[in-house]
Design a protein around this ligand. Structure first.
Ligand SMILES: [Zn+2]
Length: 281
């Protein structure tokens, strides 16, 4: 794919971006790491542990002091470069919590970075100072239970919570549709001027875009409810009807997303599961 790998693009004063070479059906052109600051910097979403990408980040840092290496969440395309970059720069890893484990077993699957170990976890509203200006954590669970966005000077670094190229994957058990919708509503009530997602172009009309995402999910929910009202259906049948012409590589993710909707509807008493099929109550 023709994309600006391994080089820093300056997006605005104090905000740079380096694209990692990990394009896929889930990552679009790859993971975008952001550099914030001037004579000292913070790195948001260091990305996958690829030597070429780490070299590019180190070159973009250019010997400046790294105040923090910050991760929005712990999917493998976001956080594995944190530790090697910390080793290269001496910077602390600050940001999302390691993945919480349920009492009955791990919520994680193969897409999670189990080696992630932060030096400091940021809770809602906590900050890192960069050149005297705060980068503030905005808790946004849904895509994952530990997802954070980071706010800086009117820009919001949205990780995978809001992306410009595709809707966000919300897959149980760690992904939670009700939490995701609440986290979208949280962004709708903010007045950020621009979003910088981990994948895809900046979003220059945040409020309008978030409203369209909320509308899209509500439409999807109505569609799923209509399908299981017609008759009891297993998830693959719902996916085939709700996502005609879907890229076969994305069918498992779509199935996860349908399950996330169904679990949310079940909690609200609107659907129930019998064997492998779901029906309206
Ligand atoms: Zn992710």
């Amino acid at each position: 794919m023709d994309a600006p790998y391994a080089q820093q693009e300056q997006l605005e004063p104090g905000i740079g971006r380096v694209l990692a070479h990990n394009a896929s059906a889930f990552t679009y052109t790859g993971t975008q790491s952001y550099l914030i600051g001037a004579d000292e910097v913070a790195v948001i979403d260091p990305g996958p542990d690829l030597p070429e990408h780490l070299d590019a980040l180190e070159k973009a840092i250019g010997g400046r002091r790294v105040v923090a290496i910050m991760c929005t969440h712990t999917h493998r395309d976001h956080s594995p470069a944190a530790r090697p970059l910390a080793n290269r720069t001496g910077a602390p890893i600050v940001g999302c919590a390691p993945l919480a484990l349920e009492t009955v077993g791990p919520r994680a699957d193969a897409s999670f970075d189990g080696d992630y170990g932060p030096d400091r976890v940021l809770d809602e509203g906590e900050t890192v100072q960069i050149n005297g200006k705060p980068i503030t954590a905005v808790s946004t669970p849904g895509h994952t239970s530990n997802h954070l966005c980071f706010a800086y000077e009117g820009a919001l670094f949205t990780g995978d919570h809001v992306m410009s190229w595709s809707t966000t994957v919300v897959v149980p058990p760690d992904g939670d549709m009700a939490a995701y919708m609440q986290s979208l509503e949280k962004l709708r009530q903010r007045d950020d001027r621009i979003y910088y997602p981990a994948h895809g172009a900046p979003v220059t009309n945040p409020q309008q875009y978030v409203r369209s995402l909320i509308g899209h999910r509500m439409q999807r929910e109505r569609q799923i409810l209509r399908l299981v009202t017609e008759r009891a259906r297993p998830i693959p049948d719902i996916v085939a009807n709700a996502y005609p012409g879907l890229d076969p590589r994305l069918v498992p993710a779509a199935g996860g997303s349908v399950l996330a909707h169904l679990l949310d509807l079940e909690r609200r008493g609107l659907v129930e599961q019998r064997q492998d099929s779901w029906n309206a109550v």
